[in-house]
Design a protein around this ligand. Structure first.
Ligand SMILES: NC(=O)c1ccc[n+]([C@@H]2O[C@H](COP(=O)([O-])OP(=O)(O)OC[C@H]3O[C@@H](n4cnc5c(N)ncnc54)[C@H](O)[C@@H]3O)[C@@H](O)[C@H]2O)c1
Length: 262
């Protein structure tokens, strides 16, 4: 028992930068063996090199998480490197700001593919590996506070994150008999490249006049009075990857400094 991730083989998707990179670095510092997976292979290699330089264990792999064949290759890469797979973080995602009336079918499909379908595939393919090797496994998805409360200007993004929470609950029930747990993390306002893009999106849509205005506005709803750093998500990531969370499944933990009370 306990909260140790020492020696666990862990994949984090979207870990070339941002939240995924910080979670991967934190898990590696706690003794886990990391597979850094990202569509930006150069970023994945740089993140893995950072972990190696700190004395941790990491390998990098390029993956488009919407592509089932590529996801299988990512899992095979991790198993070839570490001999087994213990935990998968389905973290890669995208955001897009659009006035609700202007969301197109193409916007919807792209958002649902990258944020929703990818999580379905990630869960299914992780479960195939966990069941084949035996002994259970853990899946942790990155949802969002936008998956708890629909967010104006992020309608299709919010829908995709509600989908992640729904998939988390359904998969928890589907795989419980194999001792596979499935949970999610719901971050709040995290200072990453994604929020730079969201801030620009608000201005492009004519909803703000400065790139950082939407970020500042969002922070007024944070009880703890500051934005989240990617590192603020590390503690819960370690907990959900560790045996300490063995009796939790189907949950979506909000780590947002107190924006959404549920
Ligand atoms: N930043 C926030 O405030 C915030 C809040 C709540 C939830 N989230 C969620 O956290 C996750 C990480 O967000 P972030 O802020 O670190 O974003 P980010 O844009 O900084 O990083 C996302 C990473 O995912 C990768 N990626 C994108 N599409 C991919 C694909 N098809 N296949 C593989 N990799 C892909 C990118 O290359 C990038 O490295 C996302 O799921 C996001 O929706 C972010």
């Amino acid at each position: 028992m306990g909260n140790s991730v020492e020696g666990l083989s862990i994949i984090v998707t979207g870990s070339g930068r941002g939240i995924g990179r910080a979670m991967a670095a934190g898990l590696a510092a706690a003794g886990a063996n990391l597979t850094i997976a990202d569509i930006d292979q150069a970023a994945a290699e740089a993140a893995a090199a950072d972990i190696l330089a700190m004395g941790g264990r990491a390998t990098a792999v390029g993956v488009d998480v919407t592509d089932r064949v590529a996801v299988r290759r990512m899992i095979a890469h991790s198993v070839a490197e570490y001999g087994r797979l213990d935990v998968v973080f389905n973290n890669a995602g995208i955001a897009q700001v659009r006035r609700f009336g202007d969301i197109t079918e193409a916007d919807w499909r792209r958002m649902m593919d990258v944020n929703g379908l990818s999580v379905l595939i990630g869960i299914q393919e992780s479960a195939v590996q966990f069941i084949a090797q035996g002994g259970g496994g853990k899946i942790v998805n990155t949802a969002s506070v936008a998956g708890k409360r629909g967010s104006e200007a992020l309608g299709h993004y919010s829908a995709s994150k509600f989908a992640v929470i729904g998939l988390t609950q359904a998969a928890a029930q589907s795989y419980a008999a194999h001792r596979i747990t499935v949970n999610s993390i719901c971050p709040g306002i995290v200072a990453t490249d994604m929020w730079d893009a969201i801030g620009k999106g608000f201005r492009n849509e004519g909803m703000t006049t400065r790139d950082d205005a939407a970020f500042e506005q969002a922070l007024t709803g944070v009880t703890l009075g500051r934005s989240s750093t990617p590192e603020d998500l590390v503690g819960v990531a370690i907990f959900l990857a560790s045996p300490g969370s063995d009796y939790m499944t189907g949950q979506s933990l909000v780590v947002d400094g107190g924006m959404v009370f549920s």
